[in-house]
Write a protein that binds this ligand. Structure first.
Ligand code: GDP
Ligand code: MG
Length: 163
């Protein structure tokens, strides 16, 4: 049985882009519209020789704004409960938004270890978002560019103790 890694975070931070990169096939939708991926997806991932099962959690573009946090919370908590470790992804270019802080609160009571991941960190545009993310209380983030494939060795090193 492979260890399980869940990628969680608000819509549009780049979860499916990382999932696609780890699984190596275009199994998850990637779109500019926030939350376009409807369902959760799972695939077998390989990262620097480390093999694990990865869960990509989805957004709900068809939901009205009022019901989105509740639905997202249920899906996030289910994926995290099933996982050996969770990757909590934020967008380093945008910085923290209130939904990131809300997700951080959901995760705080969880027994599953959480690795903070600051995605879209290529170039200098992500620097302030990386600093901001320290306030979430999950330690130093792994700075990543899922799109450009940067930071994957650091992600490997962060996952290794947990899987
Ligand atoms: P999800 O909703 O969290 O699954 O996010 P997606 O993977 O669908 O990505 C949302 C948008 O962010 C898409 O336009 C991606 O191309 C873009 N994106 C993903 N990763 C990166 C990255 O590392 N850098 C930049 N600049 N954009 C990214
Ligand atoms: Mg997605």
């Amino acid at each position: 049985n492979l260890p399980v890694v869940a990628i969680i975070g608000r819509p549009n931070v780049g979860k499916s882009t990382l999932f696609n990169r780890l699984v190596g096939k275009k199994l998850a939708l990637v779109d500019d519209r926030p939350g376009v991926t409807r369902d959760r997806r799972e695939g077998d991932a390989s990262l620097v020789g480390l093999e694990f099962r990865v869960i990509d959690t989805a957004g709900y573009e068809d939901e009205d704004a009022a019901s989105l946090p509740g639905r997202m919370r249920a899906q996030t908590e289910a994926a995290v409960a099933q996982a050996d470790v969770a990757l909590f992804m934020i967008d380093a270019r945008v910085g923290l938004v209130p939904l990131d802080e809300e997700i951080a609160r959901w995760l705080r009571g969880s027994k599953t270890p959480v690795i903070l991941v600051a995605n879209k960190a290529e170039g200098k545009a992500g620097e302030s978002g990386i600093l901001e993310s320290l306030s979430l209380g999950f330690g130093d983030p792994v700075a990543l560019s899922a799109e450009h494939g940067e930071g994957l060795v650091e992600l490997f090193e962060a996952l290794l103790p947990h899987i």
